[in-house]
Design a protein around this ligand. Structure first.
Ligand code: MN
Ligand code: MN
Length: 482
């Protein structure tokens, strides 16, 4: 065989080899402006959606502004929302095609790792008053010490009065903090322990106040002063904290990161980055062929357990109501047929390659910051345990959709096989027989109080989600008999 010239080699290489594209480099000037503007919008969303309840409110408000109305029996129209227990919400736009030919669903989660409160949280020690916490989801405990925290949530009294609490994010609000030990004295008690044992959950208590009541030698006079203040502000008593959901989250707004402002830093981007993308996409959907749905789930970070999670029956109920709204039968067979014929993206973030820790990544199959929304064919750990594994037919269809829409995207797994792993909501929806795959922006410092995303990847995810909604019906979709 004749030796290939450099030119021929390049031609052959361009034709046959896979090329990764940097979103910013490929973007036209007008798109670069759009990327930056979207970044600002995204930061605003993060600030409004610091808890799952706040996220539901922000999503509902945005949807109502765009003409979405509450989905209920007998509802008419095309654009609906369905909210459940204030922690789970779905938006839907009815398509032209019969619903039982399948829907297009995006599913993100709006819960994020945080500190919750225990049922009896309030106590006084050495005239310092604290709240006892219980962490929620996968946190590295040391990251939550010695930083400003805000409190968001609800307290519900036995009389049924619901009090909203938002403290620490207003411009004049005080903030709160879980203390850490000074380095001078922590050599043994922390320094000689393993990282994940150095901070004990029972020491993660939130400092709430120090000023006593004018009560001489009386014990508990600071705690009583705090209770008096809580009563004055919110009309609650100590036992009302038993029926409360107060969440401690990093205080402060999401910020631009980097001298070039290319990134967004802030709390809760897993998975409010994808929630934002899904929201932007569905608000933009107009008269789709296939019914478009965006689902915003709670409780993903603790394994999708419970009434407001992806394992709940919510999706079946939603499908039944949508079938009715579309004037179709809503019996069991129609619901199961609709779901089995559907395509879904589990909109969730992936770990971006971190050059300081190359040993945990497999660089040929890692996601890279700035290289667009990331498709993850399968999740799970070890030998694909607890995985959701999308089939080749579906992945192929999706590639075609994005290539046609000129979306810049990448395919990646998460980390080295033996290093760890994780799951998403995908496996809980896959049981309906629908096509489902994970698609979301890559993230640095994931699960930390200050996660970092790339504005171009947020932009790419909105494009990818919108292209998914607007793609024509999948040929040979529902590759079974359901
Ligand atoms: Mn997630
Ligand atoms: Mn997560």
């Amino acid at each position: 065989m004749a030796k290939l010239s450099k030119k021929k080699f390049k031609e052959l290489n361009d034709e046959l080899s896979l090329k990764r594209n940097n979103v910013w480099e490929e973007a036209k000037p007008v798109q670069r402006k759009e990327i930056m503007a979207l970044g600002d919008k995204y930061k605003t969303f993060l600030d409004q959606a610091k808890t799952e309840r706040m996220a539901v409110q922000a999503i509902k408000k945005a949807a109502r502004r765009k003409g979405f109305r509450q989905l209920k029996p007998g509802a008419t129209g095309k654009r609906f929302y369905l909210e459940f227990k204030g922690k789970l919400i779905a938006l839907a736009v009815l398509g032209r095609r019969p619903l039982d030919n399948g829907m297009r669903l995006l599913g993100a989660h709006i819960d994020a790792p945080r500190l919750d409160l225990k049922m009896h949280p309030l106590y006084e020690e050495q005239e310092l008053v604290y709240l006892k916490t219980h962490y929620y989801g996968g946190i590295k405990k040391y990251q939550w010490l010695a930083r400003p925290l805000a409190i968001h949530g609800v307290v519900v009294t036995a009389e049924g009065k619901k009090v909203e609490v938002h403290l620490g994010d207003g411009p004049d609000d005080p903030v709160f903090s879980v203390l850490d030990l000074l380095p001078h004295l922590s050599r043994r008690s922390q320094g000689q322990k393993k990282l994940n044992e150095a901070v004990e959950a029972e020491r993660m208590n939130l400092l709430l106040g120090t000023l006593p009541l004018d009560a001489g030698e009386a014990a508990g006079k600071v705690k009583l002063a705090i209770l008096q203040e809580l009563n004055k502000r919110f009309g609650i008593k100590e036992n009302d904290l038993i029926s409360a959901e107060l969440e401690l989250v990093p205080a402060g707004a999401a910020r631009d990161v980097g001298l070039d402002r290319s990134m967004v830093g802030g709390y809760g981007q897993d998975d409010r980055a994808s929630a934002f993308g899904a929201l932007e996409a569905i608000l933009d959907v107009k008269d789709p062929a296939v019914t478009s749905v965006a689902l915003f789930f709670d409780k993903e970070e603790i394994g999708s357990e419970g009434a407001t999670s992806a394992q709940s029956r919510f999706v079946e109920h939603l499908t039944a109501l949508l079938l009715q709204a579309a004037g179709q039968e809503a019996d069991y067979l129609s619901i199961s047929r609709t779901l089995a014929a559907s395509q879904m993206l589990s909109a969730d973030v992936n770990a971006a390659y971190d050059p300081d820790y190359p040993e945990v990544h497999e660089k040929r199959n890692a996601a890279y910051l700035g290289y667009g929304v990331c498709l993850t064919k399968y999740t799970g750990h070890g030998g694909k345990y607890a995985a959701s594994d999308a089939d080749a037919e579906y992945v192929a269809w999706l590639r075609g959709v994005w290539d046609k829409a000129k979306v810049i995207w990448q395919a990646a797994g998460m980390g080295k096989i033996d290093e760890g792993g994780g799951g998403t909501i995908a496996k809980h929806l896959a049981v309906y027989g629908m096509d489902i795959i994970d698609v979301g922006p890559p993230m640095l410092s994931m699960h930390s109080p200050f996660e970092i995303s790339h504005k171009a990847d947020i932009y790419s995810s909105v494009q990818a989600y919108l292209a998914f909604y607007q793609a024509p019906p999948m040929k040979g979709g529902n590759r079974g008999v359901l």
